[in-house]
Design a protein around this ligand. Structure first.
Ligand SMILES: C[N+](C)(C)CCCC[C@H](N)C(=O)O
Ligand SMILES: O=C(O)CCC(=O)C(=O)O
Ligand SMILES: [Fe+2]
Length: 421
């Protein structure tokens, strides 16, 4: 390890010539403007990876593993993993963040192999493994997706020949469950075959991967076209593509459908990958994508049928994205249940309708529609934050059972099986 004092240009030139620093095209202009005239650069060759850092007045700059990272000093103190600051048994912070001086700066910084040591004014030492910093830095997270996915239209999904999982293997083997969840996470839909056509067996399946999310429709629901509830789902009418429970502040994460009986015609289920459609909007009209992710809308469920009285309101944009990497994680799309738009001024309203039309056009392209006829024994799981469903009108007696699942618990099961979720 050595330290040098050079002018900005000299130092950068030397770094470039010696290949110590990798600049990414995007980061360079930004980087340049924040350079002070005289700087302290600390270089080290740790194993095969080069590492350089610099202590700025208000942040710590680190270049390692092809990443330029900037850390706030309070952040560096706050994330200290020493025994007095962090309980590694419970994975909880013991440090009282509010006790950290907001103007804190390290007294000393040194690198030993792949560990950075920060000595704070009170003598406390914080150590960070370089790889931990890369993994946990903003710059590192920005380049990653939370949830890897395969976006699909009908052809892509059919060509992928995603295997269904057998009831027995789903319930009794870890591999069966893991394969199922992996496919579910990648495509947003998955099937289980050879399920005995009863509500009890459907419930067993659901409980294998999650807690059931009880709602105003009950825990397990069972429905026919008897209009027992104040919603079009309880009729024989066609339903255009939509996501469910858009009128909840947190729409249900997963929907499970099991058709127990159908003596009649029609009634096929329509599935459309909402993320695929949104990606097309992003490509063709990025400003419309952005608008759909920024305009908050209300959705509403008002029911007064028989003994059922409900009034639900959920607020959120159509597209919900993580701000740091722009990854889409939830689509809220239900034209039946969308409430009066009164949260945006008229000129934005018009732009919103244009953007909504673009998205709807993508969602309605015939090549994006995947149609299936649900049959007794074949249970369908739908990611209600991603894949829209609908149905064809039908005749005759049709019985569907199912439930909603809490998303957190499905993802919990997936993570415990070693899947990225
Ligand atoms: C599934 N189940 C029949 C219980 C409920 C149907 C809810 C339908 C509602 N319009 C929505 O989209 O949320
Ligand atoms: O009847 C169907 O196939 C689905 C109806 C529906 O959209 C729902 O229950 O959420
Ligand atoms: Fe629905």
């Amino acid at each position: 390890m050595w330290c040098c004092r050079l002018s900005h240009l000299q130092s950068r030139l030397q770094d470039l010539l010696r290949g110590r620093v990798t600049f990414s095209a995007l980061q360079l202009p930004h980087f340049k403007s924040s350079f002070p005239l005289a700087i302290h650069w600390h270089h080290t060759a740790s194993k095969s990876l080069k590492c350089v850092w610099q202590q700025h007045e208000d942040h710590f700059e680190l270049r390692y593993a092809n990443t330029v990272m900037r850390f706030d000093y309070v952040w560096l103190r706050d994330h200290c993993r020493s025994a007095s600051c962090y309980n590694s048994k419970t994975h909880q912070r013991s440090l009282d963040t509010a006790s950290v001086d907001l103007g804190i700066q390290p007294k000393a910084v040194r690198l030993d192999e792949t560990t950075l040591f920060f000595t704070w004014p009170d003598g406390h030492v914080t150590r960070y493994d370089l790889d931990w910093l890369v993994k946990n830095s903003y710059e590192g997270q920005k380049q990653k997706v939370i949830q890897p996915r395969i976006l699909w239209n009908a052809e892509i999904y059919q060509k992928a020949q995603v295997p269904s999982v057998d009831f027995q293997s789903f319930l009794e083997t870890k591999e069966g469950l893991k394969n199922f969840l992996q496919n579910f996470l990648l495509y947003g839909i998955a099937f289980v075959e050879n399920v005995p056509p009863t509500q009890e067996h459907t419930e067993k399946l659901a409980e294998r991967i999650s807690l059931i999310r009880e709602t105003i429709y009950g825990r397990m629901w069972y429905f026919t076209s008897d209009f027992s509830r104040g919603d079009t789902a309880y009729t024989k009418l066609a339903l255009d593509r939509h996501t469910d429970t858009t009128y909840f502040q947190e729409p249900c994460g997963i929907q499970v459908f099991h058709c127990l009986k159908h003596e009649g015609t029609g009634g096929r289920t329509l599935l459309v990958d909402g993320f695929y459609a949104a990606e097309q909007v992003l490509q063709k009209a990025p400003e419309e994508f952005e608008l759909l992710s920024q305009v908050p809308l209300k959705h509403e469920y008002i029911e007064n049928v028989g003994e059922c009285h409900n009034h639900m309101i959920g607020v959120g944009p159509v597209l919900n994205i993580y701000p740091w990497n722009k990854e889409l994680y939830l689509i809220r799309y239900n034209n039946y249940d969308r409430a009066v738009i009164n949260t945006v001024p008229y000129d934005i309203v018009h732009r919103w309708y244009t953007a909504h039309r673009t998205l709807t056009t993508e969602l309605r392209r015939p090549e994006n529609e995947f149609w299936v006829k649900l049959k007794p024994g074949r249970v369908l799981f739908i990611d209600n934050w991603r894949v829209l469903h609908g149905r064809e009108s039908f005749t005759g007696y049709r019985q569907l059972c199912g439930c909603y699942l809490t998303r957190d618990d499905v993802l919990n099961t997936a993570r415990l099986l070693g899947l990225q979720a």
